[in-house]
Design a protein around this ligand. Structure first.
Ligand code: NAD
Length: 483
């Protein structure tokens, strides 16, 4: 699959048309499974962002802004149908661009279709309220779009993050400017084509690939953008929030995490085991909600560790096309970062490692997954987001210590509790510091319907589910004095 592909997509998508970027620059596309260049994309800059924002504003003032909610919903639903009809193509493109095993890439394409279906169906179900007020008044609220929304997405789950962010924004009638990640933006470009084919009016979605510090910074600082949705690292999230502050526009930040799963001695271990490992090694650990910390109550610590280690020893890493448990990391830089963390693990016990298959291409960015045992809760590897296939196991005694360790990082994205005790499940769900808590599961298979976002350094604002529709709209109160 790797030898004959070439993606020549060196254009930006503005106002419903593919055009060369103003400065004509390009960026290479790399296949992380081989390290080979497999194409070129456009290097959009400030001028392209300016044009995209103008096109989005015109869409709001034209056709797109006039559409009813049900019409917007039908277009989203149609995009979902087109995505569903091209699942295999999209999966192949994503697998090649991101390096994720084909099955995982296909699941992302299925999720993209599902987001379009969900937000297509939700578009005409967002309602205001009437508010009892003084005699002689009728007061009601209207949910209105922000206007032009900027969307900056990372490389790890392009299709899923585009689905949740663009889907909700379009459902509410915003016009979007999307800046995909320079490392992986091929499915964002394919998505633009499908949206056009589905009948989305010109300018309602504009896609400008480019570097973060060029196109991304231009988008976040643009005075014509009325809301910014950012998914990525904490450091860039801070820059985005500062830039948004200059224009006094709202931001949704979806940043990283160090999400724990807490396993009590009374847990159903057979049910827990696949989730304990799977929730970290998926996408080679490059997942914001990766469960990179496993907290285990002492009476079952040795058993859980041994069973996790057995699973790790069976994990296989190889090219995306081989569709193994893990693919490569996205880039040489990401591999360096992860190896840097592993360099800090000399004092830790390696419980098990997975294996890179012998025929994995030499230029690919492969890292064998590592399970670290008995890690002190305040060790750097138990505190910092690694964004690679490294998982730490930490013993604890009792609920209070579990809560202290689980909440003892600066993040709070996802957490889970494994226990058969109903009262404990409820107590723990309340006490854990996270935007999502799962009981006797983890991640609920992505859960398009489930509001998602962080507390602390994991960010703020909620995407996914119906809640996102509130984030991508603003509330107007209308007070009518009629006597
Ligand atoms: P990153 O922050 O470097 O890049 C994310 C996006 O921001 C890219 O599109 C990039 O081009 C853009 N960007 C970079 N510099 C910018 C700037 N100065 N102004 C505006 N935009 C800029 O993150 P990354 O390394 O690509 O992704 C990994 C990080 O993202 C991890 O820390 C991970 O936890 C986080 N992440 C979070 C979620 C979530 O939903 N919470 C999802 C995926 C990734």
């Amino acid at each position: 699959m790797h030898k004959h592909l070439w993606f020549e997509t060196d254009k930006v998508f503005i106002d419903g048309k593919w055009i060369h970027p103003a400065l004509g620059g390009t960026l290479p596309v790399e296949d992380p499974s081989t390290g080979a260049q497999i194409g070129r994309i456009a290097r959009g800059t400030q001028d392209d962002i300016d044009m995209a924002v103008v096109a989005a504003q015109s869409a709001l003032e034209g056709n797109w802004g006039q559409m009813t909610a049900v019409e917007r919903g039908r277009i989203l639903t149609r995009i979902g149908e087109l995505v569903n009809a091209r699942l295999d193509d999209l999966a192949m493109i994503e697998a090649t661009d991101v390096g994720k095993p084909l099955t995982q890439a296909r699941n992302d394409a299925i999720a993209l279709a599902r987001y379009m279906e969900f937000y297509g169906g939700a578009a005409d179900k967002v309602m205001g309220e009437t508010i009892p007020y003084q005699q002689g008044y009728t007061v009601y609220t209207l949910r209105e779009p922000h206007g032009v929304t900027g969307h900056i997405v990372p490389w790890n789950y392009p299709m899923q993050i585009i689905g949740r962010s663009i889907g909700a924004a379009l459902a509410m009638g915003n016009a979007c400017v999307l800046k995909p990640a320079e490392e992986a933006c091929l499915t964002a470009l394919a998505f633009a084509d499908l949206a056009r084919e589905a009948g989305l009016p010109a300018g309602a979605l504009n896609v400008v690939p480019g570097l973060g510090e060029e196109a991304g910074a231009a988008l976040t600082a643009h005075a014509g953008v009325h809301h910014i949705s950012f998914t990525g690292s904490v450091n860039v999230g801070k820059l985005v929030q500062k830039a948004a502050a200059e224009n006094v526009v709202p931001v949704t930040l979806e940043l990283g995490g160090k999400s724990p799963q807490v396993v009590f001695a009374d847990a159903d271990l057979d049910a827990a085991l696949p989730f304990l490992v799977g929730a970290c090694i998926q996408n080679a650990g490059q997942t914001c909600s990766a469960s990179s910390r496993i907290l285990v109550e002492r009476p079952v610590y040795d058993e859980v560790l041994a069973r996790m280690a057995a699973r790790y020893s069976a994990l296989r890493v190889g090219p995306a096309s081989a569709d193994l448990n893990l693919g490569p990391l996205i880039s040489a830089r990401q591999k360096e970062i992860v190896e840097g963390f592993l360099g800090m693990a000399d004092d830790l016990e390696v419980a098990a490692r997975g294996k890179i298959v012998p025929d994995a291409p030499a230029g690919g960015h492969y890292v064998a997954p590592v399970l670290l045992a008995d890690v002190p809760p305040y060790h750097a590897l138990a505190q910092q987001e690694i964004f690679g296939p490294v998982q730490v196991v930490i013993p604890f005694d009792g609920e209070d210590e579990a809560v202290e360790i689980a909440n003892g990082t600066e993040f709070g994205l996802v957490a889970s509790v494994w226990s058969e005790n109903g009262a404990r499940q409820m107590r723990m769900a309340k006490r854990l510091k996270a935007g999502q808590v799962f009981v006797n599961n983890y991640g609920a298979g992505g859960g398009v319907e489930l509001p998602f976002g962080g507390v602390g350094k994991s960010g703020h604002g909620r995407e996914k589910g119906f809640e996102a529709l509130y984030g991508f709209s603003t509330l107007k109160t209308v007070a009518v004095r009629h006597g």
